[in-house]
Design a protein around this ligand. Structure first.
Ligand SMILES: [Zn+2]
Length: 59
């Protein structure tokens, strides 16, 4: 598993998210702290670095 640190766009807590090694692209993930839905975009580049963009899935 890969672990990435994200800042929740709702409660602004730092949350560590577990990513399956095959996970990439976009999906919805609920915040572990406030349970609001994140729209998560995972990008993996050729040398395995992960970048994660977290936005609100709804306002
Ligand atoms: Zn939250």
């Amino acid at each position: 598993m890969d672990f990435v640190e994200c800042t929740c766009p709702y409660c602004f807590e730092q949350v560590e998210m577990e990513l399956d090694p095959m996970t990439s692209g976009s999906f919805v993930h609920d915040c572990a702290v406030c349970c609001n839905p994140w729209q998560v975009h995972v990008h993996r580049d050729a040398d395995g670095d992960i970048s994660v963009d977290v936005q609100r899935a709804q306002d």
